[in-house]
Design a protein around this ligand. Structure first.
Ligand code: GAR
Length: 206
């Protein structure tokens, strides 16, 4: 049976699109796209592919309960945070331990944690003078960007990079890394032991 996936978004949803294009209906099924913002373009992307899409306004006092209800109703196995800029409740993390994946646009633990999101991250990388940046896929735990790392990939920061050009370079990598991590999850190839994530190598007679 296919892994039942929910994708949580807050914005444009280019990472959601990469999952729709490469994972949806092959390795897993995106049952639900949920946004905490009504104007998130990712909702339109979901609609275009006939994927159930809903907005729970982030300001709703019952937000966390409503979110949990929707995920439970849909029998979700894996939650993917794809540009989701809201803090995840401890109840949700507990219920879906090592079943929530986030993509972050830097090499964690650099340029991560509270307040590090979107273009801000790339601006900080450039201001710091770092020579490499990249993307990280990790499981979500109670901290901000502190859970076990699943995959990382680097890009070089060039002297003429702007926050926007670096963002584009990193996004390209995100669009490879996130679908790959979700695919491995769906294939049952990911094992978590404490902070260490092992991804089973394929090949041979497996
Ligand atoms: C992506 O770069 C993602 O890594 C980042 O927001 C962007 C969303 O783009 N997430 C964070 O900064 C989380 N801390 P998208 O809506 O086009 O997928």
């Amino acid at each position: 049976m296919m892994t039942r996936i929910a994708v949580l978004i807050s914005g444009g949803g280019s990472n959601l699109q990469s999952l729709i294009d490469t994972v949806h209906n092959s390795y897993g099924r995106i049952e639900l796209v949920i946004s905490n913002r009504r104007d998130a373009y990712g909702l339109v992307r979901a609609k275009n592919h006939e994927i159930k899409n809903i907005c729970i306004p982030g300001t709703d006092p019952n937000y966390d309960r409503l979110l949990l209800n929707k995920l439970e109703e849909a029998g979700i196995d894996l939650i993917v945070l794809a540009g989701y800029l809201k803090i995840v409740s401890p109840q949700l993390i507990e219920k879906y331990r090592n079943r929530i994946i986030n993509i972050h646009p830097s090499l964690i633990p650099a340029f991560s944690g509270d307040g590090h999101y979107g273009l801000k991250v790339h601006k900080e990388v450039i201001e710091y003078g770092a020579k490499v940046s990249g993307a990280t896929v990790h499981f979500v735990d109670e901290g901000t960007d502190t859970g076990p790392v699943v995959m990382q990939k680097c890009v070089e920061v060039e002297s003429d990079d702007t926050p926007e050009s670096l963002q584009n370079k990193v996004l390209k990598i995100e669009h490879e890394l996130l679908p790959l991590a979700v695919k491995e999850y769906c294939l049952g190839n990911i094992q978590v032991e404490g902070r260490k994530v092992n991804i089973k190598k394929r090949g041979g007679n497996e």
